[in-house]
Each structure stands twice: as C-alpha cells, then as structure tokens.
Design a protein around this ligand. Sequence first.
Ligand code: DX5
Ligand code: ZN
Length: 216
Amino acid sequence: MVKVSPSILSADFCNLERDIRRVSCADWLHVDVMDGAFVPNITIGVPVVQSIRKCTDLFLDVHLMVDKPVRYIDSFCKAGADLLSVHLEADHPTRITDALRAMEANGVKKAVALRPITSARAILPYIEQLDMVLVMTVEPGFGGQKFMEGQLETIREVRALIDKYNPSCELEVDGGVGPGTAERVIEAGATVLVAGSAVYGTQDPASAIDSLRRAN
Ligand code: DX5
Ligand code: ZN
C-alpha cells in the first residue's frame, strides 16, 4: 500500500500541534520549507521543525525548496528531520552531491526533488544512493494548485529508472494529489503521496488519508 504524507502547509499554523494530531494515522508528515528565492513564497524554517519534532513521532519528510540547500542540511538534520529532499535545480551538481553526503553523515534519509521542467534523467547521477525521488506535479511554492497531467509521464519515467537502478527507492509525488488524481499517480508508479488541501481541506483528515491509501 502507498504511504500518505500530509503537507502541513495546508494546516492552521495557529493550531499546528492540533493539526498534526489530526493526521496522526498518516505514514509520514510533509514539511514544506520555502526561502522566498528558490520559490516565491516563505514558509517554515529550522526552529519550527525543531518544535514539530517535539510534538510528534511521525516520520518527518522535509521538502527543502531553498537555493543552495547544502548550507542548511546539518541544521535541519539536527532539528529532527528523518528525510530531506533537495531540488536538483537549486545548485550545481557537485554541491547537490555535497548535500547528499551531509545527509548521509547525519544518518538522515536522502532524496532529490524535480520541478516539472526537469527531466527524469536528471536523477541518473544520484539514483543509486537515494532513498527517495520527489516528483513535483505543480510548480513548487503554493498548496492548492491544479495537478499537471503531463507529469504522469515523468512519474512513469522515474519509476522505470528506479526499477532499473535502485528498486527499493521511494517515489513521492507532490502537488494537486487528491481523490481525482491519486489513482493515476499510483498507477504511474508512486509509493508516497503528499497531500495538503486534499487532507486538511476536508472535515475528516483521517478518512481522507485512508481513502488516498486505498485509491488504487
Ligand atoms: C508545494 C508544496 C506541496 C503542497 C501540496 O510547493 O511542495 O507540498 O503543500 O499541496 P496540495 O496537496 O494542496 O497541492
Ligand atoms: Zn512539498
């Protein structure tokens, strides 16, 4: 069964602890870190991840939408992240490698993320050492956007590369995932679904999580 990683970007930040408890049946918790440079929005930073770590045992899946993420790897690891995703567009390949090495040194799971413009083949230099690949199905920056259908093909291509080079690597899909799209996303090869508005925009987040898990 696929894992569901609710995105707290759609939570009420005045009631973050309550909203994290509301999704305690989830597999992971998705934390969107944005720096106002790599993406046009600013969200969560290291101190907030530190506080979240104290109030949940959920696996913290931290999505870094920041320029030159290598600068922040140690800090987010120490704050309590279980997995970090760095965008391949956010720095030169040598510094992406440095970022992955820093995750390894901290004992945190390693992932790279792809904007919709980036081809699946961009993961090739890293694939064998990764725990996860994150495919964006919206332009990163905001929750509640429409799923980009064209990205189903990228998901399939990433699935084929994972099957060939590193079959145990997770494939996470992020952006516009909900009841209308989850089935096709799973069919294309996803193993982890991120969902913000499809979980927090409903009266019953626990049952929304459950139906996403059963979407195929
Ligand atoms: C967008 C973020 C997503 C976002 C998903 O840049 O990376 O994680 O919160 O939100 P929904 O599920 O509403 O598209
Ligand atoms: Zn995200």
